[in-house]
Design a protein around this ligand. Structure first.
Ligand code: NI
Length: 228
């Protein structure tokens, strides 16, 4: 499932994050943090993870994402690998097709995180750069994603994906991985659909015997599939 999360950051927050990510920020070559096959494909810049700036921006990003109920319902997060920040433009402008490593080790928390889902938060206005689409190839076909600043996309970690070359301007984004309480994308999808439709049924009819029973089904499926 690919899901767009709209307006996670307001214009004031975006302006402040973008100015913190200016040329003075501690940018390093993105390839320094890629492993295996990905390193040959990665040509962008990344904010030094251990910098004080990265740590303060990570907290702001996580707060904004976790305040969105759609994020919780779709991802059912158990662990989040700390958000990273990247910049595409000039000679370092793309990240060719790759699959992210299955298990990441966070220096920040010392934890291992299984990358069930990926999330990219777009920070630049799409009118300010050309190219830079996040392209996700999966069994349902290929999808090209370029969102308004402040919006995000959630997609399965199992997907082959790439960031197309930025041919004008600069693309700033944040991205992170989520280990879900529910390992399989198909299971998360069923739970998400059930949750969203229960929400609509409640809005239309209030609480009924049927919504109560289906909420029970939701929780019984979650109990069957979730690890905490
Ligand atoms: Ni990737």
């Amino acid at each position: 499932m690919i899901l767009v999360l709209n307006n996670l950051l307001n214009p004031g927050e975006l302006a402040s994050i973008r100015s913190a990510l200016g040329p003075q920020a501690p940018w390093i070559a993105g390839a320094s943090s890629a492993g295996g096959q990905a390193v040959t494909q990665k040509d962008n810049q990344q904010l030094a993870q251990d910098s004080a700036l990265a740590q303060s921006l990570q907290e702001r990003l996580l707060q904004a994402v976790q305040a969105d109920p759609l994020f919780f319902s779709a991802a059912l997060p158990r662990k989040i690998f700390n958000p990273l920040f990247n910049r595409y433009g000039g000679p370092s402008n793309h990240y060719g097709p790759h699959i992210d490593g299955a298990i990441l080790h966070s220096k920040h928390t010392g934890e291992r995180v299984r990358t069930d889902l990926s999330c990219t938060v777009f920070l630049s206005d799409p009118g300010d750069y050309d190219g830079g689409e996040l392209t996700v190839h999966d069994t349902y076909g290929t999808k090209s994603i370029k969102l308004p600043a402040g919006s995000a996309v959630l997609y399965p970690g199992t997907s082959l994906h790439e960031v197309r070359p930025v041919t004008r301007g600069q693309r700033l984004a944040s991205f992170f991985w989520i280990q879900s309480m529910v390992r399989l994308d198909e299971h998360r999808r069923l739970l998400f659909d059930l949750d969203m439709n229960l929400l609509k049924l409640r809005q239309q009819h209030g609480e009924t015997a049927e919504t109560t029973a289906l909420t029970g089904t939701y929780h019984n499926l979650l109990r069957m599939w979730a690890d905490t």
